[in-house]
Design a binder for this molecule. Structure first.
Ligand code: IMP
Length: 430
């Protein structure tokens, strides 16, 4: 049956979306990355091989799936080519199955430099970006001066546009940041080299998706980052520069909301955040150490240690509302296996007025402390379990509590990094 599924993160990214996209892509014809850039890091384990994708849609590891990088993404062509080559080494051949929107904006070397020098200048007030040039590239898009993928097709125009934008960046880099200037001719030469590799992939992806919908093909929309990093609805300014909530699918692809059949919110059973900004349930004790180690909570893009905390039910409810989620997919359940007690934050308390809040907007998170409910752990191995009935009773109860707090069902559970370490509570394709 045809079904268009959005898979997005409900927290601050790193919920384990890549694996879920890979798993559900088995039943779909298309998989689409629709926002963000190579700041994302989607880790997949397939046939004992660990593969980390930053820009290529995760579902492409299935040989019959067609991948699309749509207009909402900011693309570093050099990183894309690197990733295509990496996959080739692992015997995944995707060239004829990957298409890139002609309207996607490019990330160029000066965006990356600008991201890094700005963060350095901000010092203790830095955002903690991934240093991949995401913010500057989206700024150029909104300021209508981006180089777009389609510009690669016309060398003359490309050269003029590139010179203008390099001048624009050089002015700031040299005068404000005392950084060396860029030579546009060197960047142009690289772009033309990469263009030859990706030329056949450049298409109008919006039309391609409209056609796929007309032909009743199933499409997976693959979110990056997480809802609380959304430029509008996240913990601004400690956010990424795109819409990681549901609106990003629509503007980032040109597919209308009525064509989205099911929206799955991927939620890790505890919270993590990499980079700076508010994090109400953050832990600084031996549980942090445990979660970091057992959950391997180190950034797959930057290698940074992720901050860890208990699952935040207030944040989860906020994400459910922001995204009209149909259901949740719970990930990393097995990471909790050795904990005697597990906590979930169910409300926030204002530390001055003592008022209790169960629904808040994440735009203002000052002066609050989390209120927790405590659940018994199961102290049993759940790693690799594939059927819900095989889970320990305390784990089943814990999942039921999440459903109660969320007010929507848990349709999937991930019990390990491998594609097959998955419990499908309900068949999403019927
Ligand atoms: P940027 O997206 O590189 O500009 O970084 C902005 C914020 O988003 C920083 O706190 C990053 O650590 C965070 N961020 C960006 N991409 C990811 C991701 O894929 N997972 C988790 N955090 C991310």
């Amino acid at each position: 049956m045809q079904k268009n599924i959005v898979i997005l993160g409900t927290q601050w990214g790193d919920e384990g979306k890549g694996k879920i996209v890979d798993y559900l892509s088995q039943n779909s014809s298309y998989v689409v990355r629709y926002h963000g850039g190579h700041n994302a890091g989607h880790t997949l384990v397939v046939e004992n091989k660990k593969i980390v994708l930053h820009i290529i849609p995760s579902g492409l590891l299935h040989p019959n799936v067609i991948g699309i990088i749509s207009n909402g993404v900011v693309i570093s062509i050099s990183e894309l080519v690197k990733e295509i080559e990496m996959l080739k080494k692992h015997n995944f051949f995707i060239k004829k199955r990957l298409f890139i929107s002609h309207s996607a904006s490019l990330i160029l070397p000066f965006h990356i430099t600008m991201d890094i020098v700005r963060e350095k200048k901000l010092g203790v007030n830095s955002i903690g970006t991934t240093g991949r040039g995401i913010g500057p590239a989206y700024e150029d898009k909104v300021a209508r001066r981006s180089l777009r993928v389609g510009d690669l097709k016309d060398e003359n125009k490309l050269s003029i546009k590139l010179k203008n934008i390099v001048d624009y960046y050089n002015n700031q880099l040299v005068s404000i940041y005392q950084h060396a200037s860029f030579n546009y001719k060197i960047i142009l030469k690289d772009l033309l080299k990469f263009k030859n590799i990706i030329n056949d992939m450049i298409v109008d992806t919006t039309m391609m998706l409209h056609k796929a919908i007309q032909n009743k093909k199933s499409i997976i929309f693959e979110g990056a980052q997480g809802s609380l990093l959304d430029i509008d609805h996240g913990t601004y300014p400690y956010v990424t520069s795109s819409n990681s909530t549901i609106g990003g699918v629509i503007t980032g692809t040109g597919v209308g909301p009525k064509n989205l059949d099911y929206i799955l919110g991927v939620t890790k059973v505890y919270s993590t955040r990499v980079g700076n900004g508010p994090f109400p349930t953050e832990l600084f004790n031996n549980i942090d150490e445990y979660l970091s180690k057992k959950g391997n909570e180190f950034g797959s893009t930057t290698g940074r240690k992720r901050r860890t905390g208990w699952l935040d039910g207030v944040a989860l409810r906020y994400s459910i509302q922001l995204n009209s989620l149909s259901a949740l997919c719970i990930t990393k359940l097995d990471v909790l296996d050795n904990l005697k007690e597990i906590k979930i934050c169910t409300a926030y308390q204002d530390i001055n007025t003592l008022e209790i809040y169960t629904n808040v907007s994440f735009v203002n998170l000052e002066n609050i402390k989390p209120i927790y409910e405590t659940y018994p752990g199961w102290m049993q191995n759940t790693s690799g379990i594939k059927k819900i009935e095989d889970l320990p009773k305390a784990a089943k109860n814990y999942i039921k509590s999440i459903e109660k707090i969320a007010g929507i069902p848990v349709d999937m559970i991930s019990t390990g990094p491998d594609r097959n370490d998955t419990i499908l509570v309900r068949n999403l394709f019927v």
